[in-house]
Write a protein that binds this ligand. Structure first.
Ligand SMILES: Cc1cc2nc3c(=O)[nH]c(=O)nc-3n(C[C@H](O)[C@H](O)[C@H](O)COP(=O)(O)OP(=O)(O)OC[C@H]3O[C@@H](n4cnc5c(N)ncnc54)[C@H](O)[C@@H]3O)c2cc1C
Length: 403
């Protein structure tokens, strides 16, 4: 009989295992991993550098988990970034806090984080193990697996979500949990660029805007507002302002970007006419450059509207000029796809928070079940918030269960 079986050797499961080994060393732990190795996503995280937390006080974390942030106080206040930095330092992994607050191992090697967690884990690991069924009894849980039957007093579900799995991976955790009565919030890819209808700006690949304002316009006209950095790519839009908001996207939504400082088309138009008057010899393109817009963007928009870029501003038709300024103040894109699961960095959806007591990550349906990480209906922004949640929720679960 194990004290604890951890299902899944990812960021949440590995951290829980290492944490339990340090703080509850007398407990007998088994980690069941479906694939042949631990920490696949952890190794890929932060482009192999592993941005595992974010240097900011817990209160500043809350908005980085969308609308659910406020309900996560108990998790995020229980473990702050300094705890994780200290924990890894004690395992021999020093950290580096980047200017933007992202925290990495000083070596910039995700491998060092993975090795430290595995090295600190005293429990037994079994790999390539498929779970066939789970039976819950009064005082223990029995797991029927491809490697035999295992019993434990507690189970930590740390199976991750549906993001970034290989084609061959049969993700079955939701099915297992649904069979036990859990509600699963329909998962959709998060931290991903959406597919856009008739994207015309492959020519702008590599062009970026800093701290730009983006409006998400729903089919029914409801608007939400975001700010952040934007990147044009060959196939669509990326950058934190887009991928962090992906959790809110639905098919048919529109994204609108304000590329200039004006909020009102009439004002921009007036301002532009004044510039024309003061600089009668200048071309329209040169006048637009004064708004601090990359030249390539101006050229792309002018060619889309068939405006000759050598034209003196006074010779441009009024309706075309207005259409051009309208695009600068509100460049719009329609979402035709929510993104590819294989490229998504996180999962929006998963085990319904109503089925979990967030004060200790314990199930409300089975007192021996706990949850941690991406399997839960929680997804964070880029910047270390997902691995932080995975580790922090794992720690909270263990303190609730073993403490
Ligand atoms: C390319 C990429 C880059 C990322 N970069 C960052 C970053 O820099 N910072 C950040 O905070 N987040 C980042 N993330 C997100 C972060 O990696 C995840 O949020 C985090 O790994 C979630 O941890 P987890 O343990 O919940 O899930 P996972 O890490 O996905 O681990 C789940 C484990 O459970 C196993 N499993 C699944 N089902 C079963 C089953 N039925 N039985 C047994 N085992 C099972 C899986 O094989 C896996 O090993 C990135 C993600 C990707 C894909």
């Amino acid at each position: 009989m194990y004290d604890l079986i951890i299902i899944g050797a990812g960021a949440a499961g590995l951290f829980a295992s290492a944490y339990a080994s340090k703080y509850y060393p007398e407990r007998k732990i088994l980690v069941i991993e479906k694939t042949g190795r631990a920490g696949t996503k952890l190794l890929a995280s932060g482009s192999g550098q592993c941005n595992f937390t974010h240097a900011a006080p817990p209160a500043e974390y809350l908005p980085h988990y969308g609308k659910k942030g406020k309900s996560l106080k108990s998790v995020l206040y229980h473990t702050d970034y300094q705890f994780l930095i200290d924990f890894f330092e004690q395992l021999g992994v020093d950290s580096w806090i980047r200017e933007d607050g992202k925290v990495f191992p000083r070596s910039l090697k995700a491998f060092d984080v993975l090795n430290a967690l595995i090295g600190a884990s005293r429990g037994r690991f079994i790999y390539n193990t498929k779970i066939n069924g789970i039976s819950v009894f009064d005082k223990y849980v029995e797991i029927d697996s491809s490697q035999g039957m295992f019993q434990a007093r507690n189970v930590l579900w740390a199976c991750g979500g549906k993001s970034a799995l290989g084609d061959a991976f049969d993700y079955d955790a939701y099915r297992l949990l649904e069979a036990l009565g859990y509600r699963i919030v329909e998962p959709k890819p998060a931290l991903i660029s959406p597919q856009l209808l008739q994207y015309k700006y492959a020519c702008l690949a590599g062009i970026s805007f800093t701290d730009i304002s983006m409006t998400l316009i729903k089919n029914q006209g409801k608007k939400s507002f975001y700010r952040g950095d934007l990147l044009f790519t060959h196939t669509g839009l990326s950058g934190p302002v887009v991928i962090d908001a992906a959790r809110d996207f639905e098919l048919g939504d529109r994204l609108r970007f304000n590329l200039v400082g004006f909020n009102n088309l009439d004002r921009l138009y007036e301002d532009f006419v004044l510039k024309m008057k003061n600089n009668p010899q200048k071309t329209i393109k040169n006048l637009l450059l004064s708004y601090d817009i990359p030249e390539a963007v101006i050229v792309a928009l002018m060619s889309e509207l068939s405006i000759d870029r050598q034209l003196n501003s006074h010779n441009v038709r009024k309706d075309k000029l207005r259409a051009l300024l309208e695009r600068l103040i509100g460049l719009e894109f329609e979402i035709k796809g929510l993104g590819d699961w294989r490229k998504a960095m996180a999962t929006c959806g998963g085990v319904d928070l109503r089925d979990i007591n967030l004060k200790n990550m314990r199930s409300r349906l089975h007192s021996s079940f706990y949850f941690a990480g991406e399997i839960v209906d929680v997804d964070g922004d880029t910047g270390g918030y997902n691995i932080h949640f995975a580790m922090g929720s794992g720690r909270l679960a263990l303190d609730g269960m073993l403490g």
